[in-house]
Design a protein around this ligand. Structure first.
Ligand SMILES: NC(=O)c1ccc[n+]([C@@H]2O[C@H](COP(=O)([O-])OP(=O)(O)OC[C@H]3O[C@@H](n4cnc5c(N)ncnc54)[C@H](O)[C@@H]3O)[C@@H](O)[C@H]2O)c1
Length: 312
């Protein structure tokens, strides 16, 4: 019996894998471009299968060959890449996501947990000042946002039509070492570069609000839903949430730990929503966000430890 993590050697997937291995689960990482760096230190405890979700037979074989009982799906073409290559995005994000649901249906996989995104909510101006819950409407404006909204619709369809346990986790923006891709990679750079005494330029206005969650917290959210008893999970859609901060506020927190951190900002505005309620996830699974100050410190020290530098 094993848990198949699709996109399991990516930024978030590898963290989930590590946490599940620590819980003594058998983990199989299925990935189109396995990244050994992300699983360094536990590569001997994880089976890595190279595969592509756009080929349903590869997903079926991975399930069959490994006695898979649960799937966590993270594979998706990210926001900027989806705009640059919309055809590939449709293949991976629409057909590929459906292949995972369909393969799980055919093979009677017990549970699927997969990643959606707050981009499905669309621009924050559409929602006013309110703190967004899972019941608020979606107004996506990008290829990626629409495809996340479609994946949520299809997850609910498979749940309702076939009685499958498919849980959606809407992720905000995860910061942590190793993240280089995605439209919001700067949320990682703002901590990882000062940790190495390198300057960092954030293209956003310093007054822009953003929702920050450490990659460790995001991974924990997936583990909580993956491992919960079915009766605990009262919903099929959960916000992971995050801390709302301006760039200035995050820079201030970083300078409390690294006083001479060189952080500059640009003048770009982003559309992302930034006030997210995650009460559902907390109530059903006991999920708790790590306080921002602690999350930043953990992130900085992880980067410094890796380079053999003294901790802050
Ligand atoms: N990182 C964030 O802040 C964030 C925010 C919101 C939502 N998400 C969602 O979380 C998920 C994981 O994000 P991440 O930051 O870890 O991204 P990532 O790019 O680091 O990881 C995705 C992994 O999926 C693999 N993959 C891509 N296409 C594939 C395919 N066709 N078949 C098999 N594997 C494939 C990639 O090789 C990669 O290892 C994505 O669905 C993303 O949309 C992430």
């Amino acid at each position: 019996m094993s848990i198949l993590i699709i996109g399991g050697t990516g930024f978030i997937g590898a963290r989930i894998a590590k946490k599940l291995i620590d819980l003594e689960e058998q983990v199989v990482a299925f990935d189109a471009s396995p990244n050994q760096d992300f699983i360094k230190g536990y590569e001997d405890k994880i089976k890595v299968v190279r595969g592509d979700i756009t080929a349903i037979e590869q997903v079926l074989n991975a399930i069959k060959d490994n006695g898979v009982t649960k799937i966590i799906n993270l594979a998706f073409v990210l926001e900027i890449e989806s705009m640059m290559n919309p055809h590939l995005a449709v293949k991976v994000n629409c057909l590929g996501t459906n292949n995972v649901f369909e393969a799980a249906r055919i093979m009677n996989v017990k549970r699927i947990v997969y990643a959606s995104s707050i981009t499905a909510y669309g621009p924050h101006q559409k929602h006013g000042d309110k703190v967004l819950t899972e019941d608020d409407p979606l107004y996506p404006i990008t290829v990626y946002g629409y495809q996340k909204a479609l994946s949520e619709f299809m997850a609910k369809y498979y749940h309702d039509a076939y009685g499958m346990e498919i849980y959606t986790l809407r992720v905000g923006s995860a910061f942590g070492p190793g993240r280089t891709g995605g439209s919001t990679a700067f949320v990682s750079n703002i901590t990882t570069l000062p940790a190495l005494r390198q300057p960092v330029h954030i293209p956003l206005k310093s007054s822009t609000n953003f929702v920050y969650s450490s990659v460790d917290d995001v991974a924990q959210a997936f583990v909580n839903v993956c491992q919960a008893e079915a009766k605990q999970l009262q919903h099929i859609l959960y916000n992971v949430g995050g801390h709302t901060h301006t760039g200035d506020e995050v820079a201030e927190r970083i300078r409390e730990l690294i006083p001479d951190a060189r952080i500059t900002f640009g003048d770009i505005d982003v559309y992302y929503v930034f006030r997210i309620d995650n009460k559902r996830l907390s109530e059903d699974t006991g999920f708790k966000l790590t306080p921002m100050r602690e999350g930043i410190k953990n992130n900085i020290n992880e980067v410094r430890k890796e380079k053999g530098l003294p901790l802050v």
